[in-house]
Design a protein. Structure first.
Length: 616
């Protein structure tokens, strides 16, 4: 759509248009010199096949819909669910694919080669997030100019609150990745001052407070329930306010200004206040089985507070449906028609699910490599959430056996080592949460695959873990224990329905006695967050928020380069594979890598307008 053009390409557009116009004029001059004497005769010709900006801006409700549409207008090179930025950068996931050069995300998994131009996918993410903000700004202007006359005062007020929610959602992503970003709102759009708006005009706190202010306006206006599914409501705004305040409460993100010694109790209290709103809502709760949370038939359950809506082509009678293209690379090899085997869980993550007497092994979880083998239980037991999160050779894939043809005979088999594309680099584990069961199939499968899986932005247990985190830091250790135990109880109840084959591998218990001190309680809630939210695109941002990214990741790089897995291929042949050795080149540099570099192309468009993040 022409009316949502981002400021990034304005100068290039002007140059291209001038060149194209000169060529067009020259052609017409040669062919019709007897009819036309100058190029001015053609200036008012209306373009074909585009939406008129005047027409678009005269339809405020449609402009709001266009802003919503940007929630799912992403692609694997700019995935709004953030899996490369929040998981591949962490101890939870490897990039995957055919090797370190497949896509340009490899610098994210080692950090040491990350620059302003590598990966170039960063520029796409920046550009498309600002395209999304541009749609929001135009929708706000359209609502201001035409809303009340066409929609009425009350509906206009609600629609405006929805757009403020959406714009803050996109700005939060920008702040998560780059910290220093230009604040371009509807007034900047009206005044055409995009190219005078600096990215360093606001401090980290000032930027977050602007985002919070917009979410607060949305919260004050939005109803608790919307008639149309997928629209933002008051509870979603409360949950996002809690997330913003929690981010702000720990500090500025850089390790010198972040962590336990920098906690702002006032902001932590705001987390408690807004998570209480979510907790009190009768509409939201824990879904009974953890596995159901990640099946498409439950995608708008009581667990889902706000999610990007996706659909199958059968749902809306289109060729593609509203497919989830951000996850298109992340299907398992030889399971899906286009399973490209990205987003691979690490051995460190698998080890984190180990239990001893039903509780996490905080201090020695990573002392040795271990993984369950289907039908061969031993003394090592596991948190049940492992089998809902990580695909492991010898086990069914997403609760189902796979149909495979071996020596011209069709067989039902579990996942094997053959279901990994480059095991010498990325091992044999595969991600489960973002894919449906194989029997449900892809939404679209030629030449790419896509699924109708919603992308969670905020789900109930996520918000309750935010609440538990704030409770620990404000001294309510018993309240935090209660929340953690509720989440662990749900995990305990999530065996018989989907993963009964792993029942003899699982052991999980509640914390039966009070937490002895704040340090232990903090360790419990941070560990619980890792297990509950694993592979959902947020692990790195958690480590950064807690001020422990460099310590955690550099220790992870040392251990992960020595990974080895022993398993069987489709024909029962033993396979022993070392992998992860590229981590020898990995290093996370504190006071630099906490945020990503401003893309070089953005610095180039208006030289001198933007400043680079420190360290790059």
């Amino acid at each position: 759509m022409k009316y949502n053009k981002n400021i990034k390409n304005r100068k290039e557009d002007r140059r291209v248009r001038r060149t194209a116009w000169m060529l067009l004029c020259a052609a017409f001059s040669i062919l019709h010199s007897s009819l036309f004497t100058s190029c001015n005769d053609f200036i008012d010709v209306e373009p074909k096949g585009v939406i008129s900006e005047d027409l678009a801006m005269s339809q405020p409700d449609e402009m709001v819909t266009a802003a919503y549409a940007k929630l799912g207008d992403d692609w694997y090179t700019y995935p709004f669910n953030m899996w490369p930025y929040g998981d591949v950068t962490s101890d939870d996931a490897m990039k995957g694919g055919s090797g370190t050069t497949d896509t340009n995300y490899h610098p994210f998994e080692v950090w040491s080669s990350l620059t302003a131009s590598s990966p170039d996918h960063m520029d796409e993410m920046w550009y498309h997030l600002y395209c999304s903000i541009s749609r929001c700004n135009r929708a706000l202007v359209s609502l201001d100019e035409k809303g009340e006359s066409l929609l009425g005062a009350e509906k206009t007020k609600i629609r405006r609150a929805e757009v403020l929610f959406l714009r803050s959602h996109f700005y939060f992503k920008l702040a998560q990745i780059w910290n220093q970003v230009p604040w371009i709102d509807e007034e900047v759009y009206r005044n055409h001052t995009e190219e005078q708006t600096r990215n360093d005009a606001l401090s980290h706190e000032e930027l977050m407070l602007k985002i919070i202010a917009d979410f607060k306006q949305a919260y004050d206006v939005l109803p608790e329930t919307q008639e149309d599914g997928g629209r933002a409501n008051k509870i979603a705004a409360a949950a996002y306010l809690a997330k913003c305040y929690l981010t702000l409460a720990w500090g500025n993100g850089y390790e010198s200004g972040t962590g336990v010694s920098h906690i702002n109790k006032e902001y932590m209290n705001q987390v408690l206040a807004y998570t209480k709103v979510v907790e009190a809502s009768p509409k939201y709760d824990y879904l009974e089985d953890f596995g159901d949370v990640f099946l498409p038939e439950y995608k708008n359950s009581k667990e889902s507070i706000f999610a990007v809506q996706h659909s199958d082509y059968k749902d809306d009678n289109t060729r593609f449906g509203r497919a989830n293209w951000s996850n298109m690379l992340n299907g398992c090899w030889l399971v899906w028609s286009c399973g490209w085997d990205f987003h691979k869980p690490t051995q460190n993550l698998v080890n984190a699910f180990k239990t001893k007497n039903g509780l996490p092994m905080f201090d020695d979880f990573n002392n040795e490599i271990a993984y369950p083998v289907n039908g061969v239980p031993n003394a090592q037991k596991w948190d049940p959430r492992l089998f809902h999160t990580v695909g492991i050779p010898s086990f069914p894939y997403k609760y189902e056996l796979l149909t495979k043809v071996i020596d011209n005979v069709e067989q039902k088999l579990p996942m094997t080592t053959s279901n990994s594309r480059t095991p010498g680099t990325y091992g044999f584990y595969t991600s489960l949460k973002e894919v449906p069961q194989r029997s449900k199939g892809e939404t679209y499968d030629n030449p790419w695959q896509a699924f109708a899986m919603n992308d969670y932005v905020l789900r109930y247990s996520d918000v309750m873990l935010m609440r538990a985190e704030a409770m620990v830091e404000t001294g309510d250790l018993e309240g935090a224990r209660s929340i953690i135990n509720a989440i662990r109880q749900r995990a305990m109840n999530s065996v018989s329905k989907h993963i009964s084959y792993a029942a003899d591998q699982c052991e999980i218990k509640l914390y039966a006695t009070a937490f002895p001190d704040k340090e232990y309680a903090r360790k419990c809630v941070q560990w619980e967050r890792r297990l509950e939210m694993a592979m959902e695109g947020g692990r790195f941002f958690d480590l950064r928020r807690w001020g422990i990214a460099s310590e955690t990741l550099n220790k992870f790089f040392e251990s992960e380069q020595n990974d080895v897995f022993v398993g069987q291929d489709d024909k029962g042949k033993k396979v022993e594979q070392k992998y992860g050795q590229y981590y020898r080149d990995a290093h996370f540099t504190a006071e630099k890598n906490e945020y990503f570099p401003i893309p070089y192309i953005q610095l180039f468009y208006v030289p001198g307008l933007y400043t680079q993040n420190k360290g790059y």
